[in-house]
Write a protein that binds this ligand. Structure first.
Ligand code: ATP
Ligand code: MG
Ligand code: FE
Length: 343
């Protein structure tokens, strides 16, 4: 099926078009520069930016793909989770398109689409697949028998998301928002010289939280380490702190992901969400999966962070599976749970 996907859950206005598992175009406009000076995404600013960028991005997508709107089989849109006002712009736009064109509308889960996008890179997902979802707002291990209808959480963060930890530590190090890519880059010039804590990996914590994550203790440890050096008038070795922090995060993520594959007898691991763009996470995951006999699938970095192609990809899979379209009064659900793949 030829499906257009619209993503507006945060600060990226994304319009992607797929034909089955083939990506035709992934057009993106971002308001990230408008948020940078506030050190985080400002919801009202994001909503206004979506409103302005929507039609131009849509036109760019259809033009580049050489697709006429009339030829689409369905419209897919992120219905949640995300910023309420931002989501509403995408959902309202998708409804308008669906009604004007007389096409079915699929309101899909943003988190499931971080997993589903992998089909445009590596073909159909194994069923089940084990998914490590690591993004700005979420960090979870998911058992996914069918990404269109059945996503089962095995564990998730009990405090900060991995991406949130990257962004907060970047701020402590004086790096710009969003911090993930800056830490990734800074770490390449550094050594893993500092032994920062690995949350929920030992003793009773591990027993009770085998597939859960915790990054807030790590974030505090980094902040304290930096503050002590600053108070003593020493220069902070930013590349070493970045490399050591990053190693602590990806060590725990990859260890638990491989453990989940092993304990559930699932030989395929998919990693999705913005943090999956991290170069060290990708490298360590590959080597640990190789050692464990697990097949790893991670999409190219540009498809890990928010985009419209992921929404189109999940929508197309819903069409192929014969899922019912969503109702035209579908809401924007800012706290849509990961188990609810469709609105
Ligand atoms: P969610 O998907 O949970 O709703 P989101 O959509 O805001 O959250 P994503 O766009 O999926 O989040 O991911 C953004 C996060 O990914 C940010 O925290 C950002 O710092 C992080 N990130 C992006 N690139 C990298 C990288 N190379 N290394 C580490 N983190 C990264
Ligand atoms: Mg973003
Ligand atoms: Fe996301």
């Amino acid at each position: 099926p030829l499906v257009l996907g619209i993503e507006t859950s945060c600060d990226e206005t994304g319009v992607g078009i797929v034909r089955g598992e083939t990506l035709l175009v992934d057009a993106i406009a971002s308001s990230v520069d408008e948020h940078a000076r506030f050190g985080g995404v400002v919801p009202e600013v994001a909503s206004r930016a979506h409103l302005e960028a929507m039609v131009p991005t849509l036109e760019r997508a259809t033009e580049q793909a050489g697709v006429r709107l009339a030829d689409l089989d369905a419209i897919a849109v992120t219905s949640g989770p995300g910023l309420a006002g931002a989501l509403m712009v995408g959902v309202a736009s998708a409804k308008a398109l669906a009604v004007a064109l007389g096409k079915p509308l699929y309101g899909v889960n943003h988190l499931a689409s971080h997993v589903a996008v992998d089909v445009v890179e590596h073909g159909p997902l194994p069923e089940p697949v084990l998914a490590l979802l690591v993004s700005g707002g979420h960090s979870s291990l998911l058992l996914v028998p069918d990404v269109t209808s059945d996503v089962q959480p095995l564990g998730s963060t009990i405090d900060d998301a991995a991406g949130e930890a990257f962004d907060k530590v970047a701020r402590v190090l004086g790096l710009p928002f969003p911090g993930g890519p800056h830490i990734d880059r800074a770490a390449r010039d550094g050594q893993v010289a500092i032994d920062f804590p690995r949350g929920l990996t030992g003793g009773r914590d591990l027993e009770r939280h085998r597939f859960d994550f915790s990054f807030s203790g790590l974030k505090t440890a980094v902040a304290r380490w930096v503050e002590l050096r600053q108070r003593a008038g020493e220069t902070v070795p930013v590349p070493d702190v970045a490399a050591s922090f990053q190693e602590a995060v990806v060590d725990v993520l990859t260890r638990k992901a491989v453990d989940a594959c092993r304990s559930h007898g699932v030989p395929d691991l998919q990693i999705g969400g913005g943090v999956a763009a991290n170069s060290r996470l990708r490298a360590l995951a590959q080597s640990r999966c190789d050692d464990a006999g697990v097949r790893l699938r991670v999409p190219r970095p540009g498809l890990c962070t928010d985009n419209g192609a992921m929404v189109a990809a999940l929508g197309a899979q819903m069409v192929s599976r014969g899922r019912q379209p969503s109702r035209l009064d579908l809401p924007a659900d800012s706290s849509m749970p990961v188990t609810e793949t469709q609105a």
